[in-house]
Design a protein around this ligand. Structure first.
Ligand code: PRT
Ligand code: ZN
Length: 292
């Protein structure tokens, strides 16, 4: 069957790069198996009506905008830079990075206005220009497609505006980061054209439902602990769980087991108070999925 009209949802993901493994892993957690994708441009899932299009990330916004792909997973930075007319459905919580201004150590950079009349090298001229306009700044921008961080050392630019994640690249090039121009993460986007196709819309809605379930599960943990019955009321107040906690009787009539779904970072904030109230045997377990 011709892949272009087999009725499957066409989802574009990055072929080989920082977003590839996390995109495939997310789909897997959604029950969408993709096999042998490394050497292929198009792969169909064996467990969901979806064809994966493996593309360079820079091409994804346009492919989705034009409806060649129905949806895509790509960095927000690329969508905004390409000014793509697509709909953002969901932030995905990976591929997080900042586009920042950074300057050589001897550049006096205290206030934003210090960049007025300076030259800035960047791979993101549109995002930078929007930032300059919004802040009433005037600087010259030079577009460079790779290794932006060496531009100041080459004398091509006074400073740079580039993606920063850990900051190691800047440090190695003796650049100091200063202002954040844009914050990005991977997002699921879709084409406006998909609205006309009822069947594909249904598949996309199901994909989005599964993705949201996985993301909710990721940000939650399953807490189990034993607590004295007398302390139950106080302990329940400490746990604003999604549903009221499950209380299970124990052999000791003065104790109960409490099970609750809690936000991942909550336990560390309340653990001392829980212990003070007599909680013991505290276990925190990962949740693989939460059906919404
Ligand atoms: O081949 P293709 O065109 O598909 O890939 P690519 O090389 O253009 O993109 P890739 O795989 O590098 O990045 C894909 C997306 O990941 C980006 O569009 C961002 O949304 C996101 N992302 C997250 C990053 C980073 N973190 C990141 N650190 N993209 C790039 N970097 C680079 C940055 O350009 C700089 O050179 O890493 C360096 C800085 O990293 P640190 O950790 O040293 O600060
Ligand atoms: Zn790219």
């Amino acid at each position: 069957m011709n892949i272009s009209n087999n009725g499957n949802l066409k989802l574009a993901v990055q072929k080989k790069g920082r977003l590839t493994d996390k995109s495939i892993e997310l789909l897997k957690l959604c029950g969408i198996d993709i096999e042998n994708y490394a050497e292929r441009l198009v792969v169909s899932s064996s467990s969901f009506p979806l064809d994966l299009l493996l593309l360079r990330d820079d091409d994804i916004p346009e492919y989705v905008q034009d409806g060649v792909a129905d949806a895509g997973i790509v960095g927000e930075n690329v969508i905004v830079e390409k000014k793509a007319k697509v709909e953002t459905l969901q932030k995905l919580g990976f591929g997080k990075c900042k586009i920042m201004l950074a300057a050589p150590e001897n550049f006096r950079f205290e206030i934003l206005q210090d960049i007025n009349n300076k030259t800035i090298a960047t791979s993101y001229p549109n995002i930078l220009q929007t930032f300059l306009d919004e802040n009433n700044l005037k600087a010259k921008t030079i577009e460079i497609s790779g290794s932006v961080e060496i531009a100041p050392a080459l004398g091509v630019a006074d400073l740079i505006c580039d993606i920063v994640s850990t900051g190691t690249t800047l440090m190695m090039n003796k650049l100091k980061k200063s202002f954040t121009v844009y914050e990005s993460q991977a997002v699921l986007v879709c084409s406006d054209l998909i609205l006309k196709d009822e069947k594909k819309n249904e598949i996309l809605t199901e994909l989005l439902r599964r993705i949201r379930s996985v993301l909710t599960a990721r940000s939650s943990k399953y807490l189990m602990m034993n607590v004295p019955i007398d302390a139950l009321e106080k302990i329940e107040k400490l746990i604003p769980s999604i549903k009221s906690p499950t209380i299970v009787p124990l052999a000791d009539p003065n104790m109960v087991a409490v099970h609750a779904v809690i936000p991942s970072d909550l336990l560390w904030k309340i653990v001392d108070q829980l212990k003070q109230e007599g909680a013991s045997g505290i276990l925190l377990l990962p949740i693989e999925n939460m059906i919404l």
